[in-house]
Each structure stands twice: as structure tokens, then as C-alpha cells.
Design a protein around this ligand. Structure first.
Ligand SMILES: [Mn+2]
Length: 307
């Protein structure tokens, strides 16, 4: 039996009652460089114990007002072929209540299309943050590789806004040119102030249902050294905060889900802490955008002793 995982050492609410559902998915099948992402969900959740309950950017304590549940991890069954694993993941996530913030905690990036299929069955927009294009049709003969999720998402009918990319393959460049549903912001192109502002405007003006996929390699390796396939360049912390502020200041945001993927735990634990804090920011901004700060203080934090 795996240990029960918690967020900020709070007791898990029931699945039906939870305002936030976190699903740990220790998937590691197709990593191509540094192994270890299967250990990430547990390492990140353990690190959340070091967070404060107060979230300083939105200026409130989200868990006073919201209930959270870390679901039992979605274990990999290595005897299962990739297609069956991903179908089972979609089926599992589709069976969960939908009136909440859903967070998939990976694990490798190949899990995203299965989560999107469950949470956004009709065409919407995936905001896809990544150092790599992830647009290959297949990689090393595998359609379910972590190098391919964008292609799978296009097959589901979604538009994709990709940002932070600084490593692409020639066929991926061709695909971006031919595929009007992809909007690509190369990392280099976001360095100018005007370009950055225009990217934030794009994020703020996405219409309809949206899903946010965060490959932690989108960050500069100085911020997040522990990822499976690091790349120089990339986002710094406050860029990510600005991006989240743009996304969550949209009027009536219809966010269907979020995933945080590709962390490989490392000795300094800086990467796990950055992922943990990023989860707190997403939860806080989402709750604030939905007016939970005005709701009664019956959240998960009220059940724990602290100070
Ligand atoms: Mn990726």
C-alpha cells in the first residue's frame, strides 16, 4: 500500500466535497535522458509541508476557504501497453467530479492528452508551457512518448498555445507553419518587453475552455535544475507569476485542469519546492478568481493545528 499523500499536511477532504483535486501520476515509461520522474509526485507533496498557508500574491489563506484532496496515486501497471494505460487514466479522471480545480501531478509529459481528453472532451485551448516542441508524431516508435503530447492534443481537436520553447526538431517547425491551430512563442521571442506583453495579452484573451499544462523544464535550469530533459534559457519565477496573473484575470475563466510534469527530484530539493509553490499559486489564483475568498472559512486548514 502506498502511503497516503497530503498537501501542506492537511487531511484529505472527500472527493465529492473537495474544491481542489490533486491526482499523483508517477508515470515513467518513455523518459529519454535523466530518469526519476516517477518519484516526483511524492517528493513534491512532501515538500508542500514547507509552504506557508498564506499566499502572498493574492493576499489570502486559500485553504481557510477551500477544501483539498490528494487522491490515491494513479499507479502504473507495467504489464499494461501504453494505449491501455492512457485509456484507463482518461476513464479514471472522467469519473471524478468536475466542479473543482483538477491538478494532475506527474510523472512524464505523455500523461497530458489522457487528462485533457477527460476534462475537456470538446475542443478548447491548451496552454502548453515547455522547453521542447513536444510535437513529434511518434518518438522512438512510440506515439505515447513524452515527445509527442501536442500531436495527440491536435488529434483531439484542440488549439494549442505553446510558450517557452527553445528546442525543436525540423518537422516540428514545419508543423507550426502548416497548422493554424498552433500558436508558438519561442523562448527567445519572449525576451523583449513588447513581445512578453503581447504573449500575456494572448494568454488573457484565450476564449472558451482552457487547460494548462506546465512542463517544469519551461523554467530556466537555475530555477528548476531537476527535470528529465533540461535546456538552457527559459522562464524565471516572476515570469511564471505574471503569466498566471494574466490567465486568472480573464473574465469567467473556464479552466478545466492543470498538470505539472517532468520534475526529477534532486538533492537540493529546489525543484520540488518550486513545483510545490507553483501548485500553491495556481490553487490560490484559481480560488481567488472564483470568489472563494468571500466564502465561509470551512476549508481544510481549519482542521489542522498550527502556530
Ligand atoms: Mn514536455
Amino acid at each position: 500500500m502506498p502511503d497516503t499523500l497530503e498537501f501542506l499536511a492537511m487531511p484529505n477532504a472527500s472527493t465529492e466535497e473537495a474544491d481542489i483535486l490533486i491526482l499523483p501520476i508517477p508515470l515513467e515509461r518513455t523518459v529519454s535522458f535523466k530518469p526519476g520522474t516517477a518519484e516526483a509526485p511524492k517528493a513534491i507533496l512532501e515538500t508542500t509541508e514547507q509552504l506557508e498557508f498564506y499566499e502572498e500574491d493574492a493576499g489570502w489563506s486559500p485553504f481557510k476557504h477551500m477544501k483539498l484532496s490528494v487522491l490515491p496515486e494513479f499507479a502504473d501497471d507495467k504489464s499494461e501497453i501504453d494505449a491501455d494505460f492512457h485509456a484507463r487514466l482518461t476513464e479514471h479522471v472522467a469519473s471524478l467530479p468536475i466542479d473543482n480545480l483538477f491538478v494532475g501531478l506527474g510523472g512524464e509529459h505523455s500523461l497530458t492528452p489522457a487528462l485533457v481528453a477527460a476534462r475537456m472532451p470538446k475542443p478548447g485551448t491548451v496552454l502548453f508551457l515547455d522547453a521542447h516542441g513536444d510535437m513529434r508524431t511518434s518518438y522512438a516508435g512510440n506515439r505515447y512518448s513524452h515527445a509527442c503530447p501536442v500531436t495527440r492534443l491536435l488529434e483531439q481537436g484542440h488549439k494549442i498555445v505553446i510558450a517557452g520553447v527553445r528546442s525543436v526538431y525540423e518537422s516540428e517547425v514545419d508543423l507550426v507553419e502548416d497548422e493554424p491551430r498552433i500558436t508558438l512563442f519561442l523562448d527567445w521571442d519572449l525576451r523583449g518587453k513588447e513581445q512578453w506583453e503581447s504573449f500575456l495579452h494572448k494568454v488573457n484573451s484565450i476564449e472558451g475552455p482552457v487547460y494548462l499544462s506546465i512542463d517544469m523544464d519551461v523554467f530556466n535550469p537555475a530555477v528548476v535544475p531537476g527535470v528529465g530533459t533540461p535546456q538552457p534559457g527559459g522562464f524565471f519565477w516572476y515570469q511564471m507569476i505574471e503569466l498566471l496573473e494574466s490567465l486568472f484575470s480573464k473574465k469567467q475563466i473556464d479552466l478545466r485542469g492543470v498538470d505539472v510534469v517532468e520534475i526529477v527530484p534532486e538533492a537540493s530539493r529546489v525543484s520540488e519546492m518550486t513545483a510545490a509553490k507553483l501548485l500553491l499559486k495556481v490553487i490560490s489564483f484559481w480560488g481567488s478568481a472564483h470568489g472563494f475568498n468571500l466564502k465561509p472559512q470551512t476549508g481544510s486548514q481549519m482542521q489542522v493545528e498550527y502556530e
